[in-house]
Design a protein around this ligand. Structure first.
Ligand code: SF4
Ligand code: SF4
Length: 289
């Protein structure tokens, strides 16, 4: 099973657009959208018949008012200011927990003298395997402000692998998260190849160095492509020679082309249109195969 993961040092470099085109060119492929904080592959390939599954991560404390005796121990122990005093002046002092502030450490649960605090798993989002017009896609949505996107990325990749194995697919193309944080690490472990998309800017050069360092750490064959290369040919050359020096393969570059945005607005991948950049992307796919 081969898994090509497409990443970039930051968002907005054309990563998803390129992923979509490569998936179309690949033909029989399972897509995995691991940009779970800003998933948008589904905008180009609307999912059909997907079965939504809950994604749980961590726990949250919930006080049962009927069993709370108002001792205030939970308020004392909580380091995250998640416990709130509630109740009227005439009635007993009761406590409740702000779910947004609770970090799920479990300390209050442990010390509550009456066992009045439940500690259920916390629902953080959802994932699904769906059909799209070009093939199966595993994608996910993380709730706003929910953490643990690395765990969700791992889940999406695991589901994609299991599905591909079961249905006899030989290739997974993964739209990875931007940056170099935990979600990116989760998207790289165990992959076959990484394609880094960057832009010809100083920050693009800087980000590329960090991302290639990560690929080296995981001993992954890395390929690089500069998007909108003709906006700054000198910088493109500099980036490509630096990438070569660090052992990455240059698989081509993509010209600046307003047709890329037009394709997105038509909910199509670039290679499904007559945008000139489609030619560049086809060449990149030939190099990656
Ligand atoms: S520790 Fe338990 S009993 Fe005491 S205030 Fe908190 S929830 Fe109520
Ligand atoms: S689980 Fe931890 S963070 Fe949440 S309310 Fe209890 S002590 Fe505070």
């Amino acid at each position: 099973m081969r898994e090509l993961v497409i990443i970039s040092g930051k968002g907005g470099t054309g990563k998803t657009s390129l992923t979509a085109s490569l998936a179309v060119l690949a033909g029989r492929v399972v897509m995995a959208d691991c940009d779970v904080d800003a998933a948008d592959l589904h905008l180009l390939f609307p999912p059909r018949n997907g079965d939504k599954q809950p994604f749980y991560s961590g726990h949250e404390a919930v006080i049962r008012p009927a069993d709370c005796i108002g001792c205030g121990l939970c308020l004392t122990y909580c380091r995250f200011d998640a416990v709130r005093m509630v109740g009227s002046a005439s009635g007993p002092t009761l406590f409740s927990i702000d779910p947004a502030a609770c970090e799920g450490c479990g300390l209050c649960v442990h010390f509550c003298p009456t066992g009045a605090i439940d500690f259920p798993e916390r629902l953080r989002g959802e994932w699904m395997i769906a059909n799209t017009r070009i093939g199966p896609m595993v994608h996910a949505r993380l709730d706003v402000a929910a953490e643990n996107s690395g765990k969700l990325v791992s889940l999406v990749r695991k589901q994609a692998r299991e599905f591909a194995e079961k249905e006899g697919y030989g290739l997974i193309i993964t739209d990875g998260p931007p940056g170099i944080g935990c979600p990116v690490i989760a998207s790289l472990t165990g992959a076959s190849q990484v394609l880094v998309v960057t832009e010809p800017t100083v920050s693009g050069e800087h980000d590329l160095g960090r991302v290639l360092g990560l690929a080296r750490h995981f001993d992954l064959p890395a390929a690089v492509c500069v998007n909108k290369w003709d906006l700054n040919p000198e910088m493109t050359e500099r980036i490509e020679s630096k990438a070569r020096l660090s052992g990455a393969q240059i698989v081509g570059h993509i010209r600046y082309d307003p047709g890329v945005t037009r394709a997105m607005m038509q909910a199509k991948s670039v290679v499904e249109t007559d945008a000139p950049a489609a030619e560049d992307i086809r060449r990149i796919w030939q190099m990656l195969r």
